[in-house]
Ligand binder design. Sequence first.
Ligand code: ADP
Ligand code: MG
Length: 613
Amino acid sequence: MPDVIQLLPDAVANQIAAGEVIQRPASVVKELLENAVDAGASEIKLIVKDAGKTLIRVTDNGCGMSETDARMSLERHATSKIRQANDLFAIRTLGFRGEALASIAAVAQFEVKTKRTEDELGTHIAVEGSKVTTQEACQAANGTSISVKNLFFNIPARRKFLKSNPVETRHIIDEFQRVALAYPGIHLSLFHNDQELFHLPKGSIRQRIVNIFGKHYNQRLVPVEEQTNIIGISGFIGKPDAARKTRGEQFFFVNNRFIKSNYHHHAVQAAFQELIPKGHHPSYFLFLEADPEAIDINIHPTKTEVKFEDEKAVYAIIRSVVQRSLGQYNIAPSIDFEQETSFDIPYAKHKDAPVAPTIEVDPEFNPFKTTSPGTSAGTAPRESALQRSNRENWESLYQDTPTPEAPRQEQVIQANWDEQPAAETKGSFAHQLYGTYILTKIKSGLLVVHQQRAHERILYERYRKALEARKGASQQLMFPLNVELPAADAELLKELMELINAMGFDLREFGQHAFVVHGVPADLPDSAPEALLEGILENFKGHRDLKLETRENLARSLARSAAVKVGATLQPEEMNTMIDALFACEMPYVSPTSLPTIITLSQEDLEARFKRL
Ligand code: ADP
Ligand code: MG
């Protein structure tokens, strides 16, 4: 029997490859625009006729191609962007597979005109179904113009399956907008059937968003900006009140490549969770920057998916950073903390003499510990990447502050602010004001911490973790305590008992409406467990947000109930411990209910306020 295996003719192989890369006119648009961006163009014009079914033309003023390169660019696996397999892991360009042009030329009438600045004449090549029909020198502007006519002319089945013109046009506009958002520095325009749909001069990302989606977007946008050691995030989110029922404008870019990811979408949605009605969707334009070696963009032929080395950390970072921007946006209208007193109301004025609140110190948390590179994950198992970066940011706030050994004039003045002795916080001082705020100096100015909200945040994160791990540290009471509750409360407590115990209580039923408390969470004062329990139940009933799961509500309730209140006097060490613990949180900037925990007054802010009237 003769051998039967043969290599596919190139034209057929290209057609098969095209099936993966080119599904519709919009796929051609995407590939051509990306090539123009990769070519370093500062101006790109897209012309489309009949939803791209008749003509797609992309003209750029990028680097152009030599005659040989122009011819080579049409070969499959021909790319100028990768030379070695290793390059795959350090890709900064949009294209790299060297498949697009070959694929397009296999399924359309294809024409390229291109010229490099240094060449006198340009090159004109025409291809039809992978066969070169023309190759000649020609007059041409610097840059490249590629025309794709009658897509799928040689594959009637595929052409038949194209959708209506409005649908295919929508897809084209989507691709165009993605590139336009990722590259606000490039002047872009789109013409459809001779009508200019978009005219986008070079500008900032905010200007680009407004140019594309309309003027009303300008006041809706809240900036997002954060650099962590895993990723950088920048861009904008829409204010919660602008969220809409339709899915709307949601854009994720990783290293300027548009990415579809339900996972990361969920992270943003989670940050908005309590701020927008159910069924509404926030809009966002988020740009993630990651080390190309730490991501894999090669998992999908059209490259709209991405995989991060540390998916979970990225999720947490996105969520927190968005949450913080929302928190900061919430402060903007007023910096008046006094207005928010809803949970300052004491849960139960207890007969016991007031106890000085104690603040638990995480014995393993050492703000000065530097993790050795390479083993960071192993050495600090309790600290997430986000916490680490918060802490590092926090430490860097102090970098310029003078050390306590060398007190300067300004510190001496500061020390007189309050009667109580000034404490040292990493070389600075912490002071309490109005029994509500902790003031401390940081490199850039003054940091003001809201003690109750900060403590709620710290405790909340601790209980959340305990609930997830189902083992909160517990401290046994020397004398177990009987607690009798009204029938309804007793029922509620029975329902919640398992979870409450997971936070560190040791609570057992004892008759119909009675319980015995054998232990309480290790970080809480053990003098009033009864008040603590009542507080949890009160808070749980009063603040229960039905959208949230029980654990979330419980963690919040206990945090609210156990946190130091406004009015409580804090000792200097307590203030310092509190500030350190706050910045060791995953989300230090807002309380569990998204109210700001800190504000900063920079030197510029102060100077601005001391200007001549
Ligand atoms: P890839 O973009 O993955 O490298 P393509 O098939 O899209 O593969 O393009 C093949 C090559 O053709 C590119 O690597 C680039 O060198 C060249 N090329 C394509 N379009 C342009 C353009 N608009 N300007 C300059 N060079 C281009
Ligand atoms: Mg390409």
